[in-house]
Design a protein around this ligand. Structure first.
Ligand code: A2P
Length: 344
């Protein structure tokens, strides 16, 4: 007997990807339920070769559901996750609502799988920010080998990270440029078509944005609180795939070739680093793929034990839906959850 899984936010970018990935990976689910707001009730979403009718999250009874993959935004998660958890259903939440709660594990299975055992306190597990997930997958094996002291990361984040509306805005603005229509900006603070915007999420008191703060706080929580991290987060006119320029300073010596070898063997990583025209990955190629790709690995001679690298991944997959499904798989593989229907 398998599990009963609910997807909250099933009509959104990440929710749809969660359904695809559950089906692709053959997650042991007997029943999958699609949930969204009352606006979407009765509409349909695809799950493998089936279609699922969308139900209302607000009125859904979770008492016989085992796992809820939630991607419906922070305020929705804040409101519903504790209630769902209290009904004995484990919430794996993609928003930032619970990531910094000391009683909620923040998990990337390739990086800190053992921290998952703390989920029972609230029955909530947090999925990291999309930029952090791919970053820590690439940093962890290098940290294990040479101990990272400091990381400087600049992100190039696609519009799908801002949901369906973000993708529509890039499409509509690009079209408007070609047909000379007026350009409307609603989701982004400035025009995103043929432009880049150095601003994601709200500004904080110290002048950094919340997105930049998340990368710092989450890297420390999952990898090592001693690592110094600084970030500049930038939105670029790409539909899917986040890229990152990453500068790393290590405690111990490590060459670019050693880093390449370590990353070639590391879980979730794929090195594409030919140092020739096209011998690197771009976000367009990462779309629809599971790996965190690493290119342009080179030594930084301006610091002792420094490396630069280029890290790219599909933000809807490793940055969100795939990581959430991998967390669900970790719960099952470690026997941390039992199907309620089987238990009854
Ligand atoms: P809906 O389509 O009914 O609005 P995205 O980030 O791609 O925009 O997707 C957001 C997801 O979160 C959608 O599935 C959306 O459903 C869902 N959502 C937003 N607000 C609520 C809410 N109040 N209750 C339940 N689901 C919500």
């Amino acid at each position: 007997m398998g599990f009963k899984i609910a997807i909250a936010g099933a009509t959104g970018n990440v929710g749809r990807e969660m359904l695809n990935i559950l089906s692709e990976r053959g997650f042991p689910a007997d029943e999958v339920v699609a949930l969204a707001s009352s606006r979407s009730v009765g509409t349909e979403v695809s799950f493998g070769d089936k279609t699922l009718k969308v139900h209302n999250l607000e009125t859904y009874d979770f008492s016989d559901t085992d796992i809820c993959l939630m991607s419906a935004g922070g305020s929705v998660s804040q409101k519903y996750s504790p209630k769902i958890g209290a009904q004995g259903c484990v919430v794996i939440d993609n928003s930032s609502a619970w990531r910094y709660d000391a009683e909620v594990p923040l998990i990337v299975p390739e990086v800190n799988p053992d921290a998952i055992s703390g989920f029972t306190r609230k029955n909530i597990i947090a999925n990291p920010n999309c930029s952090t997930a791919q970053l820590v997958v690439a940093l962890k094996p290098l940290h294990d080998r040479a101990t990272i002291k400091r990381v400087v990361v600049s992100t190039y984040q696609s519009v799908s990270g801002a949901g369906k509306d973000g993708m529509d805005e890039l499409f509509n603005q690009t079209r408007a440029v070609f047909v000379a229509d007026p350009i409307e900006s609603k989701k982004f603070t400035k025009r995103i078509a043929f432009n880049v915007i150095p601003h994601i999420d709200v500004f904080m008191e110290d002048g950094y944005t919340k997105e930049e703060w998340k990368v710092v706080a989450e890297t420390k929580k999952m990898l090592d609180p001693k690592i110094k991290v600084t970030c500049t987060a930038v939105r670029v006119p790409v539909f899917i795939g986040h890229s990152e320029s990453v500068n790393i300073e290590f405690e111990n010596e490590i060459t670019a070739e050693e880093a390449r070898e370590i990353l070639r063997e590391a879980p979730g990583c794929q090195v594409i680093d030919k140092q020739e025209n096209g011998g690197y990955i771009t976000p367009y190629e990462s779309a629809g793929e599971d790996a965190t790709y690493i290119s342009r690995i080179r030594e930084d001679a301006t610091v002792e034990n420094g490396l630069n690298m280029w890290v790219v991944s599909d933000n809807l997959r490793k940055g969100a839906a795939l990581n959430a499904v991998q967390i669900a798989e970790l719960l099952v593989d470690r026997g941390l959850i039992k199907a309620k229907k089987q238990a009854a």
